[in-house]
Design a protein around this ligand. Sequence first.
Ligand SMILES: *Cc1c(COP(=O)(O)O)cnc(C)c1O
Length: 473
Amino acid sequence: MSKPSSRIPSVDEVLRGEIGRTAAARFGHAAATAAIRDELGKLRGVARDRPLDVAGADLATTVAMRALDALQAADAPGLARVFNLTGTVLHTNLGRALYADVAIAAATTAMRHPSALEYDLATGERGERDDHVRALTCELTGAEDACLVNNNAAAVLLVLAALAAGRDTIVSRGELIEIGGSFRMPAIMASAGTRLVEVGTTNRTHLADYAAAIGPATALLMKVHTSNYRIEGFTREVTAAELAPLARARSVPLVDDLGSGTLIDLARFGLKRERTGQEALSDGADLVTFSGDKLLGGPQAGFIVGRRDLVRACARHPIKRAMRLDKVRLAALEATLKLYRDPDRLAERLPALAALSRPKADIDAATQRLAPALATALGAGFRVAVVETASQIGSGALPLDTIPSRAISMSPAARQGSGRRIEQLAAAFRALPIPVIGRTHKGALMLDLRCLDDEAAFLAQLPRLAVSKASPA
Ligand SMILES: *Cc1c(COP(=O)(O)O)cnc(C)c1O
């Protein structure tokens, strides 16, 4: 018998085999060679410790298969499609709003073809990229002017940098928010170079507090939507409408950061009211900022709308260039905003609103259809039930308001080790070809079906759910 290491095939041998050729055809000769070399290196490491008991030809096949697996794993998208069954419709970690069909079409065209991005087709001269959505934004919000940036965090930063650098910005202590992903108002102010002047207390701020703080160094009065919490009990907040006359009398612009913001009254879709951009402006805010991919249901974007001189100052500031929207999102945003001209059909056309206003009976019917399939897939080890639940809007809109929904709840049949079993189950759902993201609640994994828009794809992959079916009892 030859020495074990002499049986290890060469890179060329592996590449010449059928699987090696497949790997090279799919991933290129260089990548396939590197992956095979990797696998051969691992094999040599093993062979140093113990003899390899596989015939030479089989070894070449094994190495080729492992190399192909490694190439496929490395090629799988990291930004994978998932099923968002968390119950949070605008889930920041799962990408927030989905594009409407018209927005996808517009984005695709912008990707495929040259476009009049900064080109005025009427005059043949240079245009401004924000022009494509500026008039539309003004039409929908009643603003004099609008400026678009990468997201709402950028909108706030730009407003502060352009209008308040080196001077003071007055904010209530009750509104110094931190929202997910490390957006903290005091830190944003510091990076914009404005001095934060806090007024009032955490729970109570009065108009007189603002009035007393205004001085020669004051650049802005700012209101910030408390997106992810609410202060309740003995509280006093000065609304933008109450603050506006003071701002005007002292000639200090009032900025209102709405966060989610929306362009229509959500009550017509059975949701609670969230202040709209128009309302904030008619309350007297000089500038209003809000996101494109929260309740508005468009691509990631940040809006700065309001008084023309202030909006222009933002648009002219050098950092605007570092925050500008690309053509793909501008195209998607224009198409999304146009949908707002026909509010009656908005809920059909805008996925975020479709999900938020989906009738509970519809969600219930889906749970009844899918629960038996889940029970079969999970076997005796888990109890599967249809339960009442409450969906959340997410992304800081109406943080404490929920929408009644239905979920499929899965809990281990046996008490013992149930915490670990739930974690394993959640991991098994995440390991599916289209990962399923649910939420664990009181010892069960819950799948809120409000956002399930492709039942067939969900069902098709259930047989691959790798979870031990037996009850551990
Ligand atoms: C969400 C939010 C932001 C940040 O918006 P992004 O679009 O995520 O950058 C800023 N302010 C408030 C009040 C928010 O709710």
